[in-house]
Design a protein around this ligand. Structure first.
Ligand code: XIL
Length: 297
């Protein structure tokens, strides 16, 4: 196959990108995106600050621009994200306790009702762990240790048709505390019947030649708990071709690794643009990392 999406589809997987609504008027950006990818994630437009700027007042215009752009082209969409310590609207940042717990539930219900039946998956909870595997302190964590399972139970009831994912960074190295902390939570959820379908590994790599230790073991270990895994926000310092090839190969080697999403199209579109971490250069040309990924799919 000659595109990332078509190559990934040969094994039943997808290849996606983050999309920014503000760039949908850029024809270089949209032509690469429509050609290469068969999944997209809104880079910011479905986050809590975007979707509920004032309490009880939802705003879906930017998220819908991305959804509609993708849906008109037969491209699927991952939802990102419903409950997170970051990018909360101001009114939510100042809440705590039972008031915040109810606001989280209302937020999940409001956003998921709007997108009901439309999205392939939702990152229900994002980045809830510390590097050592303990829970990250946040206003959400302050509402009680059960906030994550409440978020997932609420999400399942709100839209039973979409896959529910836990998403985080620095959970790629199997010997890392944070990886183990998340692993134990997924194991606990599966053992108690808390609804969860997938783990998203953000995969923001810092370059060099080798992958974080036992990356493939991490993928297969999560999968063995009975969840899908996906690489959800891939970018690699200087787009190391060996790391890009390696992370793609690791996903290909694990049956339940269902897809790979890069966190932007061209280097100039990246939140890490000074590190040139993506598959297309700022002019829109495919980099050597693109070829290494395509060949590994
Ligand atoms: C980033 C976006 O790329 C930026 O545009 C924004 O300013 C901050 O958030 N982990 C995540 C993503 O889950 O939502 C973040 O996206 C990158 C880190």
């Amino acid at each position: 196959a000659s595109t990332l999406g078509a190559a990934a589809a040969q094994s039943g997987r997808y290849f996606g990108t983050a999309i920014a609504a503000s760039r949908l008027g850029d024809s270089t950006y949209t032509s690469i995106s429509a050609r290469e990818f068969n999944m997209v994630t809104a880079e910011n437009e479905m986050k809590p600050d975007a979707t509920q700027p004032n309490r009880g007042q939802f705003s879906f215009s930017a998220g819908d621009q991305i959804y509609n752009w993708a849906n008109q082209r037969g491209i699927k969409v991952r939802g990102h994200t419903l409950a997170w310590h970051s990018q909360q609207p101001g009114w939510m940042q100042s809440l705590n306790g039972s008031n915040l717990r109810q606001a989280m539930i209302d937020h999940i219900n409001g956003v998921m009702a709007h997108y009901k039946g439309k999205l392939a998956a939702w990152d229900v909870v994002n980045e809830a762990f510390n590097e050592d595997g303990s829970r990250r302190s946040s206003n959400l964590q302050g509402t009680g240790n059960d906030w994550i399972e409440v978020a997932f139970r609420t999400a399942r009831a709100a839209d039973p048709s979409t896959k529910l994912c836990y998403n985080d960074y620095n959970i790629e190295n199997w010997s890392y505390g944070k990886t183990q902390g998340v692993y134990r939570m997924i194991q606990d959820f599966k053992s108690r019947g808390v609804p969860i379908d997938c783990v998203g590994l953000q995969t923001h790599f810092t370059g060099g030649s080798s992958l974080p230790g036992n990356f493939q073991t991490t993928l297969s270990s999560f999968a063995a708990l009975g969840v899908d895994v996906a690489l959800t926000e891939v970018d690699v310092t200087n787009a190391s071709t060996s790391q890009y090839a390696g992370l793609t190969q690791a996903c290909m080697n694990v049956a339940r690794c269902i897809g790979i999403t890069v966190w932007g199209v061209r280097d100039s579109d990246s939140w890490r643009s000074s590190e040139s971490p993506l598959l297309f250069n700022s002019g829109g040309g495919a980099k050597s990392a693109y070829t290494s990924v395509l060949n590994a799919l």
